[in-house]
Design a protein around this ligand. Structure first.
Ligand SMILES: *Cc1c(COP(=O)(O)O)cnc(C)c1O
Length: 473
């Protein structure tokens, strides 16, 4: 494609994205297509001749749009938000337009130095001490995997330079709560700890990790000759945004020389508001912390912020330093290829820079407070409504609830079927989209507030739709 054609089609597509965002609530929030329906509309063979982008807008509308679930829709109340502020959309366009591969400082100094600065801004914004240094990863899954690799290498005294975990004489053990995100067991397995050395510790009535059980598990492992290696503390777990006791876990980790990784994938964004920072009290003593600006904050997927207290250790675990990658500036600059798993890196920092300039810290704070306020309002409605129950505290933006008709009280199977039917009925209506989750054997409805355009009226509308469905099914 030449620059002229790009200019013409590019303007058209910017208008198309802007129109889409302005009219997003005309769409049913969840895609209604059946499996195979999108693929069927595409030709079986790739185009032999070029020049076929002229009708691309029609094809996007006809083929792609029916297969889109609208994450930036005001009725999107499922999972956790994946806000993509339009400022970050423009930044992604610039990043792709520059086509930079920022693996080393020299391969585009601005890609590294903008990242250096915006990651310091972000660290200060969420109140992390300046002992932490940040790097952008693609996802929290990668950040947590990286953390467990670093923990493994610290506890084992760099076993990777010898026989690896396979040659260790005592197994290394990882701990997290039974509410930990699936990315944590996945990281532990991929990092070679083995399922037998992953302990998912029981949680209390508020679904937070029980420190007494963690301490007992660590003691038992030590007594049996195993080596406690890492604890992953969850701040804002995925099912219910439970808050593990980070300060108490940090005490234990310091006492036993265990790596502490804090997974605040969603909740980290809330820490832009000082009044929520009690929720991760003790985080300053973590070895590593991850949170995802690509969730609630609005940088657009993908941008995960990974902070470490000992960057030299990270670089020692991650760097390979073959001669063909060395550059003259290596002693004076960060080469971000040595700060994570991939060699090549996109210029993601632009998304954060654009977003922060567009919204400002105060703009972000106002949006976070709006969402927490709307979720608290919903939690109050649930507590006051007869036959509805709040299933977990709602400190942030996710409300866990269910309908309990008196005839079904105590019958978990009937309650699960009933609440699943309520959710299916509301979702089929197309205006709201949320999901269910299994919380210790009980099916809950999870209403996760925080899409950028979601206002109180949408949360109130979803609540009304839930009550209507509960009587109709
Ligand atoms: C979303 C989430 C993750 C995984 O995030 P990705 O960036 O998609 O890998 C991890 N932990 C928690 C608590 C999450 O909510």
């Amino acid at each position: 494609m030449d620059a002229n054609e790009f200019r013409k089609l590019g303007h058209e597509l910017i208008d198309w994205v802007a129109d889409y965002r302005e009219r997003i609530d005309d769409y049913p929030v969840m895609s209604q297509v059946q499996p195979g329906e999108v693929a069927e509309k595409l030709p079986a063979e790739p185009p032999l001749h070029g020049g076929g982008l002229g009708d691309i807008v029609d094809d996007l509308d006809r083929i792609v749009m029916p297969g889109i679930t609208h994450w930036n829709h005001p009725g999107f109340l499922h999972y956790f938000p994946s806000n993509s502020d339009l400022s970050s959309v423009l930044a992604d366009l610039v990043s792709a337009g520059l086509g930079v591969q920022g693996m080393s400082w020299q391969t585009s100094p601005a890609a590294t130095e903008v990242e250096d600065v915006v990651m310091e801004w972000l660290r200060d914004m969420v109140g992390l001490p300046d002992a932490f240094t940040g790097v952008i990863e693609d996802t929290a899954s990668t950040s947590t995997f990286t953390a467990l690799l670093c923990a493994r290498e610290r506890t084992s005294g760099f076993s990777q330079n010898r026989g690896g975990l396979q040659a260790e004489d005592a197994p290394l053990v990882v701990y997290a709560s039974d509410q930990a995100h699936s990315s944590i067991p996945k990281a532990a397995l991929l990092a070679g700890f083995g399922a037998e050395h992953l302990r998912l510790i029981g949680t209390d009535d508020e679904h937070a990790l029980r420190l007494d059980l963690l301490e007992r598990a660590v003691d038992d492992d030590l007594a049996a000759g195993r080596r406690p290696c890492a604890v992953v503390a969850g701040v804002g777990t995925t099912a219910t945004t439970a808050l593990d006791p980070v300060a108490g876990i940090a005490d234990l980790c310091e006492r036993r020389d265990i790596w502490l990784h804090v997974d605040a994938a969603l909740a980290g964004t809330a820490m832009i508001c000082p009044e929520y920072r009690w929720m991760w009290d003790g985080v300053d003593r973590a070895d590593s912390v991850v949170f995802n600006p690509h969730k609630w904050m609005g940088t657009g997927f993908d941008l995960s912020a990974y902070y470490v207290r000992d960057p030299e250790h990270l670089v020692r675990v991650m760097s390979t330093d073959p001669s063909y990658l060395r550059t003259a500036q290596d002693g004076q600059v960060r080469n971000l290829r040595d700060w994570g798993i991939p060699l090549g890196r996109r210029f993601r920092a632009l998304k954060l820079w654009f977003l922060l300039r567009a919204e400002g810290v105060e703009g972000l704070q106002a949006r976070i407070r709006r969402d927490v306020g709307n979720a608290s309002w919903l939690a109050e409605q649930v507590v006051e409504a007869p036959d509805w129950g709040l299933m977990a505290p709602a400190p942030l933006q996710t409300v866990s609830l269910r309908h309990v008709p008196p005839a079904m009280a105590g019958d978990e199977e009937a309650l699960a079927a009933h609440n699943a039917a309520v959710v299916a009925r509301v979702t089929a209506g197309g205006k709201y989209y949320f999901g269910t989750s299994l919380l210790k054997g009980r099916l809950i409805i999870r209403v996760s507030v925080g899409a950028q355009p979601t206002e109180r009226e949408h949360v109130a509308g979803a609540w009304a739709a839930l009550r209507e469905a509960a009587t109709a099914v």
